[in-house]
Unconditional design. Structure first.
Length: 244
């Protein structure tokens, strides 16, 4: 599979997707048509227009998955970009439109998949490591399952100068691992995961990310870290695939 999973779509001081245009151009590899999935935001037309503006310097045409028959558009897509926003709203709409298995099968068949934030959450087995508020209730937390591990975008560490006494992001991910034995890759801003075939690498900002595993201390993951070992569970994961 060809995956580009961005922690965020907008970096501080830069325009939408500007920080990630090099890996986007690489994964598209000459593809000139992208299907944009805008369902994480309410304004589908405006969101699609924003994506189209960002892709235009690459000579790429963007079509919104909400324009016409979503299933037909997805089946015909040459590349798929799932934008960020609210993960619960996005997943609910994907299930409502019958797109989860179609996207998954299309991407497994070789169509490039780009996700940012909520779109990156969708590539995981489940929604359960999102940061978002559950503003709607999807029928299931099962997501696309393109990778056999979880991702936490927008990862931030607790500041030692902060007086906030609530749970830190690290604490919340530790709680997740108390109930679920699956690795979590926490991506700081400006970072991404790039999968090509059976190779997986963390790239982007020098701030890197953090790898959380059950029963182990969090492990720093720097830029250019090879995380291909996390894909080894994909075959076992696919064998228990029960998604609709």
């Amino acid at each position: 599979m060809e995956l580009l999973l961005l922690s965020n779509s907008t970096a501080y001081g830069r325009t939408y997707l500007d920080h990630a245009m090099d890996p986007i151009s690489e994964i598209l590899n000459g593809t000139k048509k992208v299907l944009f999935v805008p369902f994480a935001l309410a304004d589908h037309d405006g969101y699609t227009a924003q994506a189209a503006d960002a892709f235009s310097p690459l000579g790429v045409t963007v079509t919104g998955a909400h324009v016409g028959d979503s299933i037909d558009l997805t089946r015909e897509a040459e590349a798929i970009f799932v934008g960020g926003g609210n993960s619960f709203r996005l997943l609910k709409e994907l299930h409502a439109r019958g797109l989860t298995r179609i996207i998954r099968d299309h991407v497994r068949g070789g169509v490039p998949y780009i996700g940012s934030s909520a779109g990156t959450n969708m590539a995981c087995p489940t929604l359960r490591t999102t940061n978002d508020m559950p503003i709607v209730e999807p029928p299931t937390f099962d997501a696309l399952g393109l990778v056999p591990f979880q991702i936490n975008p927008h990862y931030v560490e607790h500041s030692p100068d902060s007086t906030h006494m609530g749970e830190t992001r690290s604490k919340r991910l530790t709680e997740f691992l108390e109930e679920n034995d699956v690795p979590v890759v926490a991506l700081r801003e400006g970072t991404w995961l790039r999968q090509s075939s059976d190779r997986l690498k963390l790239d982007g900002s020098s701030t890197g990310g953090v790898l959380f595993r059950r029963g182990s201390a969090p492990e720093p993951a720097r830029r250019n870290t090879d995380l291909s070992e996390l894909l080894e569970a994909q075959v076992r994961f696919d064998q228990r695939d029960t998604y609709s």
